[in-house]
Write a protein that binds this ligand. Structure first.
Ligand SMILES: *Cc1c(COP(=O)(O)O)cnc(C)c1O
Length: 435
């Protein structure tokens, strides 16, 4: 059954939030509702409203809300008094996760990584990655890229490009050089060659780096997708100059761009990979830094944290690996649905002379300005579609629907997006004609 979204018209009283919650809150401003429950691609509010979720916790809910397989695994575990908090002790839940990681993900892909359980958020995984690279190489500088987003704690924030986020630091954000990402100067400038030139020139002023930290598709930075050729060159440059290649797969991984890792099949192997967001599959906090065994130079406890390895997340993460990632149909279906999404977004973009961005199920439309994007996403919310923006000026309307969204739900959401885009460009007649 194809039920339509049903937004609740009235805005609830938010005076409690205005009085008690810090004004740092952000998403809730554009969606002032009190959400009560969620299932699959749907979120429900306390006034009977029903919303299609094309934000998915910024890609933390790739398998939708409360997937029955994941929920059942967690309920069983809690019911049997499974360990909830175990510091970094060996637990049955951790054993099962490491076994599943080895059998379902690493071995079939020919990857040999050690797993480090960091604190539970993405930024913790990035901090661990850059700390390790500095420790391994004895160097300070990290090369990150324009429009990169890597988290909000000081080390990761230093690697983040966005001035608004950096401005909150209150101290200098240093030991990072932001180099131009693929396509930054347009299609005719190979920015990997520029980097190679700067690193090879003893008078360029660029120090030898500890690491090159890069997203294959920039999630927060505007869905810029680097080409496999560019990424291969970056990998070769890292190797040549003795730097570790860190792929930040926190948003682009876990199937968002197709494979479990966003770099699969591209012909290079990162030295370090960071994962978080959809790793637990149910929105439970859980992060992981993977690295080649030869770089495992940590002293015991040298990098630490009270909440390393969330056992509930081990359970649900193992379930994602056994249930989704052992199923070739699931993997083929992400690819098919990503192609469908690409075609539909291109059709909307073409109608208004706009362009699309992204890869797999991580795509959006560049609508030219943050103001227009806000008009579109706000109108979409009023029709029951939760969708957000990305990019230096928030000018990209991004679709991060769950990978498990049905074709019908995808169609429903994209029809709303098409209508709202038409209205924003004040050309409803043109749009009716094209439907
Ligand atoms: C979200 C994100 C992070 C930070 O993750 P948090 O859990 O918010 O700390 C880091 N890198 C990328 C690519 C992200 O998308």
């Amino acid at each position: 059954m194809n039920i339509p979204p049903k937004p609740s018209g009235e805005s609830p009283d938010i005076s409690l939030y205005e009085r008690r919650e810090s004004q740092v809150r952000s998403y809730s401003r554009a969606m002032p509702r009190e959400f009560t429950s969620a299932r699959g691609s749907w979120m429900f509010d306390s006034k009977g409203g029903r919303y299609l979720d094309f934000l998915s916790g910024c890609s933390s809910l790739n398998y939708g809300h409360n997937h029955p397989e994941l929920k059942a695994a967690l309920l069983d575990y809690v019911e049997s008094d499974g360990i909830t908090h175990g510091l970094d002790l060996h637990t049955e839940a951790k054993t099962e996760f490491l076994n599943a990681l080895e059998e379902v993900i690493l071995k079939p892909r020919g990857l040999d990584y050690r797993a480090m359980f960091t604190g539970p958020t993405g930024t913790n995984a990035v901090e661990a990655a850059i700390k390790l690279a500095r420790k391994v190489t004895g160097r300070e500088l990290v090369i990150a890229f324009t429009n990169g987003f890597h988290g909000m704690t000081l080390g990761a924030l230093a690697c983040t490009g966005n001035a608004g986020k950096r401005g909150g630091a209150g101290v200098p954000l240093n030991h990072v050089s932001h180099e131009p990402y693929d396509g930054y100067y347009g299609p005719d400038v190979d920015t990997a060659e520029l980097l190679e030139q700067r690193l090879s020139d003893p008078s360029s002023g660029l120090d030898a780096p500890a690491a090159i930290l890069v997203e294959t598709v920039q999630g927060e930075g505007g869905l810029n997708a680097a080409s496999p050729e560019w990424l291969r060159k970056i990998a070769a440059i890292a190797k040549e100059h003795g730097a570790l290649l860190i792929i930040d797969d926190i948003q682009a991984g876990c199937g968002r761009t197709g494979g479990f890792f966003s770099f699969e099949g591209m012909g290079f192997t990162p030295d370090i990979v960071t994962m978080a967001k959809s790793l637990s599959g149910m929105g439970l906090p859980f992060a992981l830094t993977l690295f080649r065994p030869e770089y495992d130079v940590w002293a015991p406890g040298e990098h630490n944290g009270t909440f390393r390895g969330n056992n509930h997340a081990f359970v649900t993460a193992s379930a994602t690996l056994r249930y989704f990632w052992s199923d070739a149909n699931f993997i083929a279906d992400i690819k098919r649905r990503g192609d469908l999404l690409a075609r539909r977004l291109e059709a909307i973009a073409e109608r208004h002379g706009l362009s699309t961005r992204g890869r797999g199920m991580m795509r959006g439309i560049d609508v030219g300005s943050g103001e227009i994007a806000a008009v579109i996403t706000s109108a979409a919310f009023d029709r029951g579609l939760i969708i957000e923006t990305s990019g230096a000026h928030d000018e990209i309307v991004k679709v991060l629907a769950p990978l498990t969204t049905t074709d019908d739900q995808l169609e429903q959401g994209l029809t709303i997006l098409a209508e709202c885009t038409c209205e924003a460009f004040a050309s409803p007649a043109l749009c009716v004609a094209a439907e």
